[in-house]
Design a protein around this ligand. Sequence first.
Ligand SMILES: Nc1ncnc2c1ncn2[C@@H]1O[C@H](COP(=O)(O)OP(=O)(O)O)[C@@H](O)[C@H]1O
Ligand SMILES: [Mg+2]
Length: 237
Amino acid sequence: MSGDDERTESPESTDEVLGVSEVFKRYRDGDATVEAVAGVTLSLPRASLNVLVGPSGAGKTTLLGMLGGLVLPTSGDARIDGVSVVHLRDHHRTALRRTKVGFAFQDLALIQGMTLLENVLLPLTPRGGARKEDVTRAEALLERFGLLDKRDRRVERLSGGERQRGAIARTLVLEPPILLLDEPTAHLDSENAAAIVDALVELRDDGKTVVAATHDARLAEDGRVDRSLTMRDGRLC
Ligand SMILES: Nc1ncnc2c1ncn2[C@@H]1O[C@H](COP(=O)(O)OP(=O)(O)O)[C@@H](O)[C@H]1O
Ligand SMILES: [Mg+2]
């Protein structure tokens, strides 16, 4: 009778890692209702680099939140690794999200006053903090993102590009198979934006399922992206 862990076969693809079916998200705004996402169906396979592109207000961040189990749909279904998150109890949904999904969202920015390394180790706090091997892994991530020499620098003294790469490194410290990024190239010059795209391509090549929401055509039009999905007014078009 426990519906909590029921697995549902994806109708779109057996290789599906993330999926939504006819998802809607409506917000109340006083007397009015805002339809942030209006009936999106999507199935994303393992080891794919996907970009959600569209103007501000199109519903990208909301859809990303629903794909990752952070935002519950008003109606429709959302699946992470074949598990429908809509009917999960909160603690099960949180546990699933924590093991499977890494978020690099703008409002989850690096914490000022702490060093870059301290920030990257932060996701380990609920596990009881960083062990020696965690520090080694964090340093390897910083090296991979060209940030090892900045490890002891407070984040407010890093450039925008360094902070964005640091935020991605922090997300990876728990080794999630799925990575969701919101506007990862925002406010970056071409060189720094290209470094972010290179990193996302590499993560995809490592087998991760990556979804980036952006209004940046540089990211959406990169030839290495597997899927570029345009959103407008809450819908894919
Ligand atoms: N928590 C919320 N409460 C009310 N309205 C929201 C909320 N989140 C998003 N919206 C609205 O939903 C629409 C889509 O927002 P969002 O998903 O942030 O789009 P994007 O990321 O493409 O800019 C916008 O009109 C926005 O104002
Ligand atoms: Mg957004």
